[in-house]
Design a protein around this ligand. Sequence first.
Ligand SMILES: *Cc1c(COP(=O)(O)O)cnc(C)c1O
Length: 360
Amino acid sequence: MKRAYNFNAGPSALPEEVLIKAQSELVNFNNTGMSVMELSHRSKEYEEVHNNAQNRLRELLNIPENYEVLFIQGGASLQFSMIPMNFLSENKVGNYVLTGSWSEKALKEAKLLGNTTIGASSKETNFDRIPALDEITMNEDDAYLHITSNNTIFGTQWNNYPKLGNGRLIADMSSDILSKPIPVEDFAMIYAGAQKNLGPSGITVVIIRKDLVAESKETIPTMLRYNTFANNNSLYNTPPTFAIYMLSEVLGWVKEQGGAEGIYARNKEKAGIIYDIIDESNDFYRGHAEKESRSLMNITFNLATDELNKKFLAEAKEAGFVGLNGHRSVGGCRASTYNAVTLEACEALRKFMIDFKNKQ
Ligand SMILES: *Cc1c(COP(=O)(O)O)cnc(C)c1O
């Protein structure tokens, strides 16, 4: 069987090697006579999987000792609520940089829970760029500055991160975590739903500095406090054990690819060969994002007319490409080239784009 050319935005491609290993271990994991899914989450066999996933992430992202690595359910979307719930108070304001739909959703939740402000926004130009660092307004009473490091829908990505005097930068990295090396020490907290770059859906990774964990509000429900997860090694209740096992295996695979640096080099090559075609096409393909803000993970583009977009997408589907439709808020086309998408798939797409253009 041939694997699909999967350019889905999320859930998205997983490394074939990891899927095959998971398959081979499915009915008898580590001579336990059962699947990982059937192990007690309190067993030492499961605990090893759980701790492996944390340790691999620590190693790959060089996470300093004064940060916790937590596994929480509810997706990145629940973090949109947990962050303001835990860190906003009467005289502390949540500051949001709006660079796309996900940042807007994060702001929407914070507004329900406390005071907010918008530090910068690129909405005026349909989120085609990342604001320059000196465009961002910050205030003394900011509880944090919230950014979306990669804008999955619009195809933009932060290249440099703001360096905050109060050290309270929080980033939603759902769609670019571990796609490149990250200066974790510049952030108070990083969070990411796993289903784009790290594994299957069902688990969210939260990397959080210990002083923020200590601020967890005691007046909110137990399962919504960061210290509940930190104090119990993310085993206060039953975690999604199979998703965490898959996360651990994907992290092992990233290590084999040369870690964050190795993956970054590959990602630049993969996205580069597709952006090159867009740039060389004489406006046949038109990138949505400004060049300096382009994402290595989500390549968004349009053809000259809706009709041509439809034709492109229909023929691409026919040729075996999956997930190239743009999000309904941007239209057009989007190729998501996450870590596990192969160079071969990107080369095939490049060739398809050249051939399609030449036929018109
Ligand atoms: C996909 C995505 C989300 C939503 O994640 P869920 O796990 O479905 O809640 C949030 N932020 C970004 C940047 C995303 O790409």
